[in-house]
Write a new protein. Structure first.
Length: 410
């Protein structure tokens, strides 16, 4: 690709990479610090440690307790939060542009100076265990977690970022400190900012608040996991049966990623999709049915999810497999293709309306890919996809074994 396809990523004096998407339509901004830390990089005995760290840094620093961390942002009308995924953890603030320095002050504080106080960590361990229990109270969440295992088996790619009770109970304070000191370093983070600020001020703030950030050189990597597409059953007392079918997908940032998004839209990505129309609108067999991608930087899978009654299970499964076979054999129509492509383009534009969306899109690319594709180039890439390309992709991913997950009274 030509050079002008990608944005210019800048490097502060301290070596931290950053990118600003500057816009002044509203006096607000979003600041995100992305860390290459997540469940994909965890050893089996430390499952959930990245998520544990995410919680722990909010419990107190050398300057602020947990209440003060949230209060200093929220009293300005802002928001401070974080999440952990398979390949990254994001710590972010959203606030008015005039308060940008306070945002950098608090964010840098929790990422440089967490105290890891024993009593607070034990309390937070209990909170995380409750979060895991809450997650496994929801059969839809269970089905989606089991779908990852259906795709990748015992690989760390299938691990839940939450971790599991057994490992979360055993992670020690020293484990947390060692992980934090290893992963939270200037070579392993990316700062993404979107909103009402100029580059000169942003560079100054990064230098001021992150100049003394950990200079460790460690950057993690993951092996490409193998597909297994196994069948899994999870017995649970539920009113409905929750079903997932799993098959191949596309990795992040690839040309196939764009093609697969159009394909998923047609199969089950919106209310006019084939599966939604067949199962809900025409047959009334399900309220919730959709497809979604599971994308990593080096691989990807696809999941079809539906919930229905036990009595309708077989009929629903047959309809889904019938549509899968129809698309595999006959492809999609020109009209479906044009509608889906228009939907994907419009959805991208709408997603770029807000500074949090811009910050997140840019940050994930900057951290995991090392470059950021310009929004207009993404739109051009969507427009360049042809019908034959989508049909070829559909045949490729559906012409292999599918996995299945069933959760409920089996």
């Amino acid at each position: 690709m030509s050079e002008n396809v990608f944005e210019e990523i800048k490097v502060a004096k301290n070596g931290i990479r950053y990118f600003l998407e500057e816009h002044h339509s509203f006096p607000s901004l979003s600041i995100g610090v992305f860390v290459k830390s997540g469940s994909c990089y965890e050893e089996e005995k430390f499952q959930g440690i990245a998520h544990f760290i995410e919680h722990t840094v909010f419990k107190g620093t050398k300057k602020r307790n947990a209440f003060e961390i949230s209060r200093e942002i929220e009293k300005l009308g802002g928001e401070i939060n974080a999440y952990t995924s398979s390949e990254h953890t994001l710590f972010y603030v959203r606030l008015l542009a005039k308060d940008v320095e306070k945002g950098f002050d608090v964010l840098s504080d929790i990422l440089k100076n967490p105290t890891f106080e024993d009593s607070l960590i034990e309390k937070e361990r209990g909170v995380i265990l409750e979060e895991i229990q809450e997650y496994f109270d929801d059969p839809q969440d269970i089905c989606q977690t089991e779908a990852l295992k259906s795709i990748w088996g015992d690989s760390s790619a299938a691990n839940s970022p939450l971790g599991v009770e057994g490992t979360v109970k055993k992670i020690t304070v020293d484990d947390l400190k060692n992980y934090f000191n290893k992963f939270f370093n200037s070579n392993n983070i990316f700062i993404s900012v979107a909103g009402d600020i100029n580059d000169k001020l942003l560079n100054k703030l990064i230098d001021r608040y992150f100049s003394d950030f950990n200079k460790e050189k460690f950057v993690p990597d993951i092996d490409k996991p193998s597909f297994v597409f196994e069948n899994r059953r999870f017995e649970k007392d539920t009113a409905q049966i929750h079903i997932a079918f799993t098959f191949k997908g596309s990795k992040l940032f690839s040309r196939e990623n764009v093609v697969s998004t159009i394909f998923n839209t047609i199969l089950g990505g919106n209310m006019s999709s084939r599966l939604f129309q067949k199962l809900r609108e025409e047959r009334g067999l399900a309220y919730t049915v959709y497809t979604y991608p599971v994308r990593l930087s080096n691989t990807g899978g696809t999941v079809i999810y539906v919930s229905t009654t036990k009595n309708s299970q077989r009929e629903v499964e047959n309809i889904i497999m019938g549509e899968v076979e129809n698309i595999r054999r006959d492809g999609v129509s020109q009209a479906e293709f044009e509608d889906a492509k228009s939907f994907v383009s419009g959805n991208l534009i709408l997603g770029l309306e807000s500074s949090p969306s811009k910050m997140q899109r840019n940050g994930i690319q900057g951290l995991l890919l090392g470059k950021i594709k310009k929004s207009e180039k993404l739109l051009e890439e969507i427009e360049s996809v042809g019908l034959d390309e989508v049909n070829s992709y559909a045949k490729n991913v559906l012409d292999t074994k599918l996995g299945q997950v069933v959760v409920g009274k089996i």
